[in-house]
Design a protein around this ligand. Sequence first.
Ligand code: ZN
Length: 214
Amino acid sequence: MPDAGSCLCKTNDTVVLSNGDQCALGQFVVVQPRGSLDLIYMAQVEEILQVKGTPNELTQLADGILVQLVSTSQHSDAYSMPRTILTDGWGLLHDIMCTVNVQCNCNDNLCDTSGIRYVYQERVRTDHTLPTVAHRHPSDLILNTAQMRDAAHVQHFRINLPIPDIEEVLTGSVAREVDARRSSTAQKALSSLKNAGLGRHSQNATSLGTVQAS
Ligand SMILES: [Zn+2]
C-alpha cells in the first residue's frame, strides 16, 4: 500500500458547489454533461478528488467529482415521486448543478415507529424515550420532487400526475360535504334526545327521594 506522500490524488469529504450548496460524500445530486443543454440526470457523489501539486490544490478547488449514476425510471405510487436506483454507470465531473433531498420509501417498506431515542436534559441522558421511525430498507429512497430549493432543476424528475375530471371532483366534494352535515345534524339530534331523557330520569329520582323521606 503506497504511503500518503506518494499518492497523486487527495480525497475530500465535502465540496462547495457553484450554487453555494455544501455537498458531502454520498449526497444525491443533479448533474448535466458538459456541453449539453437539455440532458440532465441524477447521481450520487462517491469521491471528491484533488490532484496534488496543482493550482486547484492551492486554491482548494476540486479537480474532479466521481459520481455513480442514478436511474429515476421507476416511481412510488404512494408518493408519486421517482425512486433513486443506483446503476452501473459512472462519471467524472467538474461541477454539479445542485444537491437534492431524498427520503426513505417508508410506505412501500412498511416502516413504523417501533424505534426509540433517549431524551437528553442538559446533556445528560434520561430514562425517558420517544418513538422514532425504524426504516426497514434505508437504501430504498425516493427523490423529493416537492423541494422548493432548486425547483427549476428538480422539476425535470417530477411525475406527471393524471389531471382529474373537474365535474367529478366537484360532485364528489359536494356529496362529502352534504354527508358530513347530515351526520353532524343527526348526532346533535341524538345528543338532545339523550339529554332530555336524562333530565326526566333525574326528576323521577328527586320525586322518589322525596317520597322516601316523608
Ligand atoms: Zn422508512
